[in-house]
Design a protein around this ligand. Structure first.
Ligand code: C2O
Ligand code: CU
Ligand code: CU
Length: 487
């Protein structure tokens, strides 16, 4: 058990922690029943006792996470080292909050990979407890997937190999250690992983300094500025863009590509631009067939949106604000200079692969099991996650149709994430998919009472992979299951 100064667990593990509206909970648990088989590693320990520093909007710039430099780079592979650290970050102005971070940074460095060139990363766990790394959305062998049971012990290293056989896209890497993933990701074990490919480069989209990842997440600070870990997600009212609340970002009057990544533990962003629209060019698994104009983007935990914003129509001095329907203003783009721009956004981007014939149908149900005086369990098809149990067996190469549903009441929010492969959403609630369901996906929102029908082809590797709700306090209490891909 760690005592972390400045980090505290809220009063207990009541249903509120799981984002369940109180009215929907049949028998509300006691506020302090934290016992259960998963350890709660971060205990209450307030180090800040003064008043919480005031966030002055647009007072600090949004940082762009540095791109990690390889130790070795050849056309065939790149080799990196990256640590997993206890560290601090100035999230609130003037306050060094204790956090966790890849490479000592609250927003981990960006890893830029290339289709056809392997990435090898030696991760060193400098924490006092186990951790691991999962490349979210990556098509990787099972031993490199950050399976919940594959833990890097404190002080140890593990080499992860990412083949990068998939097309260009925006992925992210995060902790997936069994029982501690929710706390670890919440405290900062998240970073962006971008795969580039030659055919994408040929499209002429904005690149270099004009291709910027933005990790969006929320966090709860108490009245003194301590980070609260286990709490009602509705209290996570401070929204961060690359680790900073309400930052500004100086842009030139030209096109920018922004890769929006929702790294919040459990949140659905509904994003808009003041007086403008996004050009939406891709989602979790890569580019769309065609670019689309989107007035609003819906992004649940772990989903990505690849967008272009064209600032060329704005005079220098203009401001464009990114807003969320609940959090309000998140990030302000300040147009500060003119610039030439040879980039473009073709109407036709990259045709999606044809859908093969599906031969297997499955139903996956995500639900809570509420228990009096205890925290609820998270269930998939009626079972709590057991990392030694195989829930379904999938034949390698098979194309399957999964009907994802939640038998929870309307008002409960979940989402669904499948490891190993990207899928396509065929239907939502028996009708056409929503705009946010389009393209190659690995994560989709699913609300109580809803159904989402998706199709996936399980190419590549055999072995055991998980699928789960990516509201991490839900997978943490068991809303996760395991498939085994067999030859
Ligand atoms: Cu983003 Cu199973 O993970
Ligand atoms: Cu994943
Ligand atoms: Cu859930």
């Amino acid at each position: 058990m760690l005592n972390r100064r400045g980090v505290l667990a809220a009063g207990g593990i009541a249903a509120g922690v799981f984002g369940v509206p109180k009215l929907l909970v049949p028998a509300e648990g006691h506020e302090n029943s934290t016992h259960g088989k998963h350890p709660v590693t971060y205990q209450e320990s307030k180090s800040f006792s003064g008043p919480k520093p005031v966030v002055v909007p647009w007072a600090r710039p949004m940082p762009v996470p540095p791109v990690l430099r390889p130790l070795v780079s050849t056309p065939k592979q790149e080799i990196y080292e990256l640590s997993i650290d206890d560290t601090t970050a100035e999230i609130l102005p003037g306050l060094q909050s204790p956090v966790l971070g890849f490479g000592g940074q609250f927003i981990g460095p960006t890893i830029r990979a290339k289709t056809g060139r392997k990435t090898l990363i030696m991760f060193r766990n400098n924490l006092k407890e186990g951790a691991n790394v999962h490349l979210h959305g990556g098509h990787v062998p099972p031993e490199h997937d950050g399976h919940p049971k594959d833990i890097i012990a404190p002080g140890r290293t593990r080499l992860y190999l990412y083949p990068n056989t998939q097309q260009g896209t925006t992925l992210w890497y995060h902790d997936h250690s069994h029982g501690t993933e929710a706390q670890h990701v919440y405290l900062g074990l998240h970073g962006t992983y971008i795969i580039e490919d030659d055919s994408e480069r040929g499209l002429g989209l904005p690149t270099g300094a004009y291709d910027v990842p933005i990790m969006l997440r929320d966090i709860h600070f108490d009245d003194s500025g301590n980070i609260v870990v286990f709490d009602d997600p509705a209290k996570r009212t401070t929204v961060l863009a690359n680790g900073i609340p309400k930052p500004y970002f100086e842009v030139a009057a030209r096109k920018y590509r922004f890769r929006l990544v929702n790294t919040a533990n459990q949140r659905l962003f509904k994003l808009k631009l003041t007086g403008d629209k996004f050009t939406h060019i891709g989602s979790d698994g890569g580019l769309f067939g065609e670019s689309k104009v989107a007035a609003e983007l819906t992004l649940s935990s772990a989903e990505r949106a690849d967008v272009v914003i064209d600032f060329s129509k704005y005079p220098v001095g203009s401001k464009v604000v990114l807003t969320d329907d609940v959090a309000g203003e998140i990030l302000r783009f300040d147009v500060v200079r003119r610039a030439s721009d040879s980039s473009r956004v073709p109407a036709v981007l990259r045709p999606l692969p044809a859908l093969p014939l599906s031969t297997v149908d499955r139903e996956i149900d995500l639900a809570f099991l509420f228990k009096p005086n205890q925290r609820p369990d998270g269930l998939i098809n009626g079972k709590v996650f057991d990392m030694d149990r195989v829930d379904i067996t999938v034949k390698r190469g098979a194309t399957e149709t999964w009907l994802i549903k939640s038998s929870d009441p309307v008002g409960v929010k979940h989402n669904f994430h499948l490891h190993l492969v990207q899928f396509r959403v065929l239907e939502r609630n028996g009708g056409p998919p929503l705009p946010s369901d389009l393209g190659l996906k690995d994560t989709v929102p699913i609300m109580g009472g809803e159904t989402v029908k998706l199709q996936a082809t399980f190419t590549g590797y055999t072995g055991r992979y998980v699928y789960h709700c990516h509201f991490l306090e839900h997978s943490w209490i068991g809303m996760m299951a395991q498939m085994e891909i067999v030859p």
